[in-house]
Write a protein of this length. Structure first.
Lengths: 218, 221
């Protein structure tokens, strides 16, 4: 330890930084204080050191380049997602929004698929079953075809083998109504109405055949 | 006797409660508050990075990266440490790592041998002296002169000086941040302060502070 009576300039210089920081014991501080009063050079060194500490320690000495804050904020906004992942980055209310939205999209997709794949609109009346056909109505069937007709229908497949049975029996045997002569008993998927009679331009064949449905309807 | 670290600590205590609230909020997941938490320290973070890297672009990038690392590790922060110190230490680590990565060969002398050399510094003699008022820093020219003088210091002195006198870390924190002994910090700090004192005194001779309100015939030293 430097004694109060023996402190000299070199010793003062070696301890002056600790002195400024208040990091010297009381005896040394007293010795240095006494020295400063008598030594203008050391007093100058002390004042200069204090100037340095005070000026550089001022907040105004801390400057950042123009736009630094904006760029930092942007980097933090971008980087925070990378560090934590989307689930942690987002607030709690929006955290469950993602799976819910995904579920809704999935359900919507299923509904669309069901509409277009599992329940397609009937584009052909051949695929539609008959309805409201009087069970006792006499119809004509023939070999080589599973279609039953009214008598006189020009579209009976093999007239040589035609037989007359009731409509109920025909349907029980797996026969379906003729789309020409029994059209009023067919449901058309296109119109959505039961038993509606198709217009003349439904198909080129029908136009060519010029069948008068009304004339052969029982 | 001026104690800049005490002034700084008081100002930090004034906003300490709000800072603790912000820390807890971010730790609990309110990430959007993180920038509000670190904004008061962005200048100090940048200054710490610049002291080590000496390049503005590198310093800014290191400062941003340090902030991101602080964000990523915010849950590990414990209240027994000052948040500013924790943040500065992360910044110093980031800057030191970048400097090591950027250099192929880093040859540093033996610390203990340098201590003896550093202790021999003899300050220049200036007969007249006077305190420089802090108002001088209002002038950009003065701030620039001080920054220029700081840049002329050797790296090992500049780093210690910036962390201790500008970032207001204490001696122990400075030693831990830089990975050197407490004795080395004290010796380098003494040397840095005396060298800056001499540089600024020479600047006075060159008229840096010529427009400051000193009495005619007096000098700031």
């Amino acid at each position: 330890m430097v004694g109060r009576e023996s402190v000299n300039c070199e010793q003062v210089w070696s301890e002056i930084s600790n002195y400024v920081d208040g990091d010297v014991d009381a005896a040394l501080r007293a010795s240095m204080d006494e020295h400063f009063h008598s030594c203008k050079r050391c007093a100058s060194v002390l004042a200069g050191t204090q100037n340095v500490v005070r000026l550089y320690g001022d907040e105004r000495m801390l400057e950042v380049p123009a736009g630094f804050s904006r760029r930092l904020e942007k980097r933090l906004a971008q980087g925070s997602i990378g560090f934590l992942g989307i689930g942690e980055r987002w607030s709690s209310w929006s955290a469950w929004l993602v799976p819910v939205a995904a579920l809704a999209l999935f359900a919507g997709g299923l509904k669309l698929a069901d509409k277009f794949i599992f329940n397609p609109p009937a584009k052909s009346i051949l695929s539609a079953p008959g309805h409201d056909i009087p069970p006792d109505m006499q119809v004509v069937i023939s070999d080589g075809s599973k279609v039953f007709h009214v008598a006189g229908c020009p579209f009976i497949h093999d007239k040589a083998t035609e037989r007359t049975i009731t409509a109920k029996d025909a349907m029980q045997d797996g026969y379906v109504p003729c789309t020409r002569c029994l059209r009023q008993y067919l449901k058309t998927g296109v119109s959505g109405k039961r038993g509606i009679v198709a217009s003349d331009n439904d198909s080129d064949d029908e136009q060519d055949e010029k069948v008068s449905i009304g004339s052969i309807t029982p | 006797m001026s104690e800049p670290s005490v002034v700084s600590t008081n100002s930090e205590q004034a906003g300490g409660t709000r800072e603790q609230e912000l820390i807890l909020s971010v730790q609990r997941g309110q990430n959007e508050l993180f920038y509000e938490l670190v904004r008061p320290y962005e200048k100090r973070v940048y200054a710490a990075a610049l002291a080590i890297l000496r390049n503005e672009h590198d310093a800014e990038d290191a400062a941003q990266e340090a902030m991101l690392k602080a964000f990523a590790n915010i849950r590990q922060f414990r209240a027994e440490a000052r948040f500013s110190t924790w943040l500065i230490q992360i910044t110093v680590n980031e800057a030191l790592m970048r400097r090591r990565r950027g250099r192929t060969v880093v040859m540093e002398g033996i610390d203990d041998r340098r201590i003896a050399e550093e202790s021999d510094y003899k300050p220049r003699e200036f007969a007249d002296w006077r305190e420089i008022p802090s108002e001088a820093l209002e002038r950009k020219e003065v701030r620039q002169r001080l920054a220029d003088a700081l840049r002329t210091l050797d790296r090992k002195y500049r780093e210690v000086f910036v962390l201790r006198d500008m970032e207001h870390l204490n001696i122990q924190e400075t030693a831990e941040a830089l990975g050197i002994s407490v004795a080395s910090v004290k010796t380098r700090l003494l040397r840095a302060r005396l060298m800056l004192r001499d540089l600024l005194a020479a600047g006075w001779e060159q008229g840096w502070f010529s427009r400051l309100p000193f009495e005619k015939g007096t000098k700031p030293w």
